[in-house]
Design a protein. Structure first.
Length: 271
């Protein structure tokens, strides 16, 4: 039986805990909704998975969630999944589904030297969707692409209390450091990356960093505001829940920190 709530129920989904950066922005904008944060840590990371695999997997996980919870709006807080899964998800589910895509358009408006850096997973870098974004909004700029599978894991480790290895991070950024024109605007094209923005800023001290979190939160607010009185408090943060597809030591540590994110319950799901 579905759990029905008076306030809108918002699902935020990612392969890992990087989507918490997007969830935080949404929660700050719409604190009176009911939230479900779900992450597919059983198959983390998504950046090395095929498009066909991701479409089947993401559809399967979200379908499982809808068997237990009523969802009024979903956010796919994963750039990799968003670039391939949105059409299939929108054709399957009746509630609005918002995707997260690299913030190329705002970056093109911010850059001074016309050199933009897009930092993302290899999968996001290689998607036609990303190529089209660049051609549409940044044709007059030099867009440097850097697809790295290691950064999402570095970000997850940081949240587990593991200090970021700055030497390793600098080595990963070396292709940009060797450029004649270094990007002055860097797009964080994976929702995990804002967690290590401080460390990235230490390497690119003159750059402006941008992600999609605020824009996604604004989009969520606008869609929900058409149907709900978002000023009315009909839901309590104690009802917000985290779901994961695997239970391990990392999840155990995360559970102890859930209240920091206004998430107070945990449930294991199997998709």
């Amino acid at each position: 039986m579905n759990i029905v709530r008076q306030s809108p129920s918002v699902l935020v989904f990612d392969s890992g805990i990087g989507g918490l950066t997007v969830y935080n922005e949404i929660y700050n904008k719409v604190p009176n909704a009911h939230y479900i944060y779900a992450f597919d840590n059983e198959l983390f990371p998504y950046g090395d998975k095929s498009a066909e695999f991701l479409i089947n997997r993401v559809n399967s996980v979200i379908e499982t969630i809808t068997k237990f919870y009523t969802i009024d709006l979903a956010v796919i807080a994963c750039n990799t999944a968003s670039t391939v899964c949105l059409p299939s998800l929108r054709s399957k589910f009746s509630f609005p589904i918002i995707g997260v895509v690299p913030a190329i358009k705002p970056a093109s408006l911010l850059t001074k030297n016309k050199c933009i850096g897009l930092l993302a997973t290899k999968a996001t870098i290689e998607r036609t969707y990303t190529t089209n974004l660049i051609q549409q909004f940044a044709a007059n700029c030099s867009v440097q692409l850097l697809g790295l599978s290691e950064l999402a894991l570095i970000a997850e480790n940081k949240l587990q209390g593991i200090t970021v290895d700055m030497q390793q991070l600098k080595e990963l950024m070396q292709p940009w450091l060797e450029l004649q024109t270094v990007p002055d605007t860097i797009v964080l094209g994976c929702t995990h990356y804002p967690f290590i923005k401080k460390e990235l800023q230490m390497i690119f001290s003159q750059a402006t960093f941008i992600d999609s979190g605020y824009a996604i939160a604004t989009r969520v607010y606008n869609l929900l505001n058409d149907k709900y009185d978002l000023k009315q408090k009909t839901s309590d943060a104690s009802e917000n829940i985290v779901l994961s597809t695997n239970y391990n030591q990392s999840v155990e540590k995360l559970i102890k920190k859930l209240s920091n994110y206004n998430l107070n319950k945990y449930q294991l799901i199997k998709a």
